[in-house]
Write a protein that binds this ligand. Structure first.
Ligand code: KG4
Ligand code: ZN
Length: 343
């Protein structure tokens, strides 16, 4: 029913991607992402540079999202934005812009939690091609550069974190291993690419002994560092000669750690509808390992489109849409939060 369509603008600026999206109900009309290459030369995200780039990018990115969706500002029903967690200076850019736009257009302002949005990205639809969405309850393994957690989702906004990392995130483990191997930042996609030509059993690394559903990745980084350092002493060309096998082996180990806990979570909760989300959910080995469980354990698996794995505003817009339906609006005095909890 075109007259009843709801248009939501989503804004994401929590880390180093400036993104804006427009959705019509649950359908994505545009999802523009400006990635910041400036951080590559520093081997990690530099917060001050990220804030500055967001400030430069935000209006052009929002304009592109409106243009691509072919709608005007005054057709938007609400503006939703990432309130946290993330880098405070980066979040302030999106938050201030969203407040100003909501105030200027006299439309509701909707605050969104970045991690809830990664999960709810599974409810996004493409225009004219409906796809199946997870049914409740389901489990979601959210794996990114800053977070690694298993969430039990009972409803759109009834989420319980049942396992999380006690130190590094899975994406950090990929990025740190890549750095040790001399690969560019962020290293996850490079490891994935080189691993496709390697033997995942070539080298073995220890798995952490953490009870329950929590994860740990810091020990792996240390053992990988010492392993490489010792072998480089014997053979300075060790990395070049074994790059594919090293990437395949470290990837195998990280994916194994993730899968062990995800399988345990499915067994404990007796839930077999399983989703993955976040930047690391783009990893080909993780995608395959989860898909394999459809056969092995009868899971119903939901894997996001590549566009929705890394940070994007479409996931902020869909979360905003569900909140809009509940009239769950934000006030103008709120401030962003940098850690994984609302203040
Ligand atoms: O969700 P995201 O874009 O940003 C955060 O919220 O952190 O995730 C970025 C992380 C980086 O650590 C990056 O190396 C990792 O996702 N990543 C991958 C792959 N693509 C992105 N890790 C492994 N394999 C990939 N194909
Ligand atoms: Zn993210």
């Amino acid at each position: 029913m075109p007259g009843n369509d709801i248009f939501i603008l989503g804004i994401e600026s929590s880390c180093d991607d400036t993104s804006a999206a427009v959705i019509r109900n649950n359908e994505q009309l545009s999802n523009i992402i400006a990635s910041q290459d400036v951080h590559k030369q520093y081997g990690g995200v530099v917060p001050e540079l990220a804030s500055r780039s967001h400030q430069q990018n935000i209006i052009p990115v929002i304009q592109s999202a409106l243009d691509k969706a072919n709608i005007k500002k005054n057709q938007i029903h609400a503006v939703s934005f990432t309130r946290g967690p993330g880098l405070l200076g980066s979040l302030l850019v999106g938050t201030s812009f969203a407040k100003a736009m909501s105030f200027g257009l006299s439309i509701p302002l909707i605050e969104v939690d970045h991690l809830e949005a990664h999960v709810l990205a599974h409810f996004l639809q493409e225009p004219d091609s409906p796809s199946e969405v997870p049914s409740f309850p389901f489990l979601c393994l959210t794996v990114s550069g800053g977070h690694t957690q298993i969430t039990l989702i009972r409803d759109h906004f009834d989420m319980e974190i049942i396992g999380r990392t006690i130190d590094d995130a899975a994406g950090e483990a990929f990025d740190k291993a890549a750095k040790i191997l001399g690969l560019p930042y962020p290293g996850g996609p490079y490891i994935d690419r080189h691993a496709s030509a390697g033997n995942p059993m070539a080298f073995r690394f220890p798995k952490p002994r953490i009870s329950g559903l929590d994860f740990s990745f810091s020990g792996l980084k240390t053992s990988f560092l010492y392993f490489i350092r010792d072998l480089l002493k014997k053979n300075p060309a060790f990395i070049e000669q074994n790059l594919a096998d090293l990437c395949a082996s470290i990837q195998h180990n990280i994916v194994g750690i993730l899968m062990d806990k995800l399988i345990l979570a499915a067994e404990k909760t007796k839930i077999r509808t399983i989703a993955i989300a976040g930047g690391v959910s783009a990893n080909s080995s993780l995608r395959k390992a989860v898909m394999d469980q459809q056969q092995d354990r009868g899971w119903k698996v939901f894997i996001p489109k590549f566009e929705y794995t890394t940070d994007n505003a479409a996931m902020i817009a869909i979360t905003g849409y569900f909140k809009y339906l509940k009239n769950d609006y934000a006030g103008y005095t709120l401030a962003p939060y940098s850690r994984s909890f609302r203040p």
